[in-house]
Design a binder for this molecule. Structure first.
Ligand code: NAD
Length: 470
């Protein structure tokens, strides 16, 4: 059992006084022990982050840009090692896990050069009015288990560039890659600017309640997002919430089923469906319903499910036991409600949390698999006749993260996409994200945006400097 992991607190690697097991989802067995932060660890991390903020980090933009560039290099240099940890603790295929870390290093590099806006709103003989972005202070960065490194770095880049300091807490299901990232970046950063704590949900709650924290940047589920907003209200902490989704995809009758089916399949099942912006409900026009459904079922049957360490694996396991149970529960419930399973539908009879890609028909609104976020390898496919009706079903939800429209008429696709109530509406693709394009949810899928200049603003207060020229 690997016990080499440590918190990063005040520039020191701290082994921790208590631990919990981290399970490899491909075997269902623990393979490492993670330090579990105590209240004292949290206090020391917060004090270190507050000290680093006051010590000049917030005032030296050029130094911060250099630091981000060094962080990028340090992370890239450890991409294979940290990627292997992502594979072991998260389950995804090794190449994708390493790719996640390499891309995270690239994102840090992008932030090293991202401009921090400074707007002159007025400048004449009487006055000059300048709009300045100021950092908030200590940021609590709390992340989920599906893309542990990517979701953390999406917060670190803009938070650090704008002069904040960070205390990060990854999911207890995938903490090791974030701790390894902390260790890898230690020498690239001034002491205390970044602190990383392993810990349970309770540790997350301690962070959100801590008086040193001025901003909570959270990615995770809707119920936790609501708890965090409540915790933040007491102290008027700023929050950015990137929460769950139940993304609809609407397929118009003019598509070529053979062409769109593989894209739809991977839009739903990449990372074993554990993507906030995966296709989670598929509405297909009745003219092309049968061929699209047939092609999806065929792909589901062909795909190679297995341990992320095996070179030919395309889909890994579900990340953890509760989520594995949830996917089974939703498919079993759909069956009881009259649903037909056309591919998959039962866990593999082997150790680990393997649930094959599962396609379910004869279900609609009122069935949990359609109404709730499944976050796993099960997709309801629903026929429609009238696109207005499909849009109404797609929008009749508290969620509003992503959505897509599929058509060979791009203009028509775009016009329909704009009627989707979601933060990103794609046409003929799904899940495509970019560090320069704002990302976030409408309705219960979140508050605020990450990425690009919009994401940067979330880590700043606006200050007006209003000068009378006397
Ligand atoms: P989760 O809400 O259970 O946990 C996320 C993080 O919050 C973990 O680090 C956890 O320890 C911590 N946490 C739990 N309770 C807390 C509390 N009371 N106070 C503070 N922190 C607390 O979510 P999860 O199961 O890890 O992740 C899956 C969810 O994340 C899905 O709903 C998915 O859609 C969503 N997600 C959203 C995005 C996005 O960008 N919108 C991206 C990835 C995942």
């Amino acid at each position: 059992m690997d016990t080499a992991f440590a918190h990063l607190i005040d520039g020191e690697l701290v082994p921790g006084s208590r631990h919990f097991d981290v399970v490899n989802p491909a075997t269902g067995a623990p393979f490492a022990r993670c330090p579990d932060a105590t209240r004292d660890d949290v206090e020391r991390a917060m004090a270190a982050a507050a000290r680093a903020f006051s010590a000049g980090w917030a005032r030296d933009e050029a130094a911060r840009r250099r630091t981000l560039a060094h962080m990028s290099e340090a992370l890239a240099a450890r991409a294979d090692e940290i990627g292997r940890l992502v594979c072991l603790e998260q389950g995804k295929p090794l190449a994708q896990a390493v790719g996640e870390v390499k891309n995270a290093a690239h994102v840090l590099r992008i932030y090293a050069d991202e401009p921090i806006p400074r707007d002159v709103l007025r400048d004449d003989e009487k006055a000059r009015v300048t709009l300045v972005r100021k950092p908030l202070g200590v940021v609590a960065a709390i992340t989920p288990w599906n893309f542990p490194v990517a979701t953390l770095v999406m917060k670190l880049g803009p938070a650090l560039l704008t002069g904040n300091t960070v205390v990060a807490k990854p999911s207890p299901f995938t903490p090791l890659s974030s701790l390894a990232l902390g260790a890898a970046l230690r020498d690239a950063l001034p002491t205390g600017v970044l602190n990383v704590l392993g810990g349970s949900d309770e540790v997350g709650a301690w962070l959100t309640a801590h008086p040193a924290v001025r901003k909570i940047s959270f990615t995770g589920s809707v119920p936790t997002g609501k708890k965090i907003m409540r915790a933040a209200a007491e102290d008027l902490k700023r929050v950015t919430l990137e929460l769950g989704g139940n993304d609809p995809a609407i397929v118009l009758p003019d598509v070529d089923p053979a062409k769109v089916a593989p894209r739809l399949f991977w839009g739903a099942f990449a990372n074993s469906g554990q993507v906030c912006v995966a296709i989670k409900r598929l509405y297909v026009h009745e003219d092309v319903y049968r061929p699209v459904l047939g092609a999806l079922a065929e792909l589901a049957k062909q795909v190679k499910l297995g341990s992320g360490l095996e070179p030919d694996t395309q889909l890994g396991p579900i990340n953890n036991a509760p989520q594995f149970a949830r996917v089974q529960e939703l498919v079993d419930d759909a069956r009881r409600q009259g649903g037909t399973v056309v591919a998959g539908g039962a866990p593999l009879a082997q150790p680990g949390y393997f649930y094959p890609p599962t396609i379910v028909t004869d279900v609609g609104e009122g069935v949990r698999l359609v109404d709730e976020e499944q976050f796993g390898t099960a997709l309801p496919v629903i026929p429609y006749r009238d696109v207005d009706d499909a849009l109404a079903q797609a929008n009749r939800t508290h969620y509003g993260l992503g959505g897509s429209v599929w058509s060979s008429d791009v203009s028509r696709g775009e016009a329909i996409a704009e009627r989707l109530e979601c933060g990103t509406a794609w046409v003929n693709q799904h899940m495509s994200l970019n560090a320069k394009t704002p990302f976030g949810g409408m309705k219960w899928s979140g508050l605020g945006r990450e990425n690009g200049k919009w994401g940067l603003e979330e880590f700043c207060e606006l200050q007006v400097v209003n000068t009378a020229k006397i």
